[in-house]
Design a protein around this ligand. Sequence first.
Ligand code: 5AD
Ligand code: SF4
Length: 437
Amino acid sequence: MEKHYHIVTYGCQMNVHDSERIAGMLIELGYSEAPSLEEADIIVFNTCCIRENAENHFFGNLGALKALKREKKDLIIAAGGCLTQQKGMAETVHKKFPFVDIVFGTHNLGKLKDYILQKRDGYKKSIIRIDEDTGVIYEGSSFRTSYPNAWVNITFGCNNFCTYCIVPYVKGRERSRKSENILAECRQLLDEGYGEITLLGQNVNSYNNGSDDLSFPELLRKIGDMDGKFRLRFMTSHPKDFSEDIALAIAGSSHICDCLHLPVQSGSDRILKAMNRHYTRDDYLRKIDILRKHVPDCAVTTDLIVGFPGETDVDFKDTLSLVKEVGYASAFTFVYSPRTGTPAAKMEGQIPENVSKARIMELVELVNSQTRTMSKKYIGKTVEILVEDYDEKRGLYLGRDEHGRMGYFSSDEDEVGNFVNVKINHSNGVSIMGDKV
Ligand code: 5AD
Ligand code: SF4
């Protein structure tokens, strides 16, 4: 009888892609996607602990499976990712939910297959392994569900230790995939008809730092030189490692989108220092100038944190003024949330919730008003949209332009995966609408 899998994913785009890698593994083991969680023979939780307190949510979801597991003795439940990699968490999961069969971490995702086979062979005990770092990057194929967009990992882990961030503790030191594997994967994706590739890593700019394999701008150029109609994006860049050579690589290839996600986090030098970001406000602004010198119409997006310990009204005003100065196309805004085990969690001057709330509202209002103004500028222009999906409710196709702006239009044909020219006649916050031309 056919066996089915169900994956529950928490967190960021990198986790979404990790779930595609896990799905690839499960398909190799003979599973296919379950129509519902109840019909699954294996359920995998891919967890995240970067920003939100995902713990309660995750525990709630696990707890709800107790009855199902009692009914279905052969059901395999596995849980892995950032949260289970956190200190003490694997043991906690095992203690609270002894029916969980496999707990894995972030370094041993490639071993999940072996653990599953071991359980299928009748191994009775739970397999709790978060310490097993093979040192080898898992290169198995992914089962992608995001056509025409494809995500390609280039680095794993992070060496930066920003004081608020848990990533270096749960994902370990930065490791880069071999360029030959990345190039082969990209070539294959383009041959399969994918229209957009996004290179992923916590800090893609430091790809292969200190090795004799290709540097990040060299990798960009190699992929950018590939034949075919496609777009190339990458995220995330760290301002301290963003170089003029990367700006030149963007400028030099029509495939590389004129957009850059460059998280600044704060506009205050004092806070940037306390965050251990290794750049000042001025350094950041200089990098933006260099970028715009080579790529004049580049859309810049960012991540911003409010309420970092010790943040004063003056520091916060510096963030607001930086947002105005750069003119971001859009931004992700976060309220600082202490992560156990990070230096910032122990810093003095934790900011009361009401202050952070007021600050984030002011910041969101500013970011939104800038985004709205930028969307309005599209009216009357024709943009090329790579169509991602069809919105049943609105009866419209949707996709992004080169700068990452979401556009909607109607069509009688199936447009998913097509590049379509759309004349924009309306804008609404972050999105734009128009007619196919
Ligand atoms: N609190 C709030 N935001 C955080 N981020 C990372 N850690 C935290 C934290 N502890 C945000 C940063 C980062 C993005 C991926 O998540 O802005 O760039
Ligand atoms: Fe976290 Fe900083 Fe690394 Fe980004 S660069 S993953 S914010 S430590």
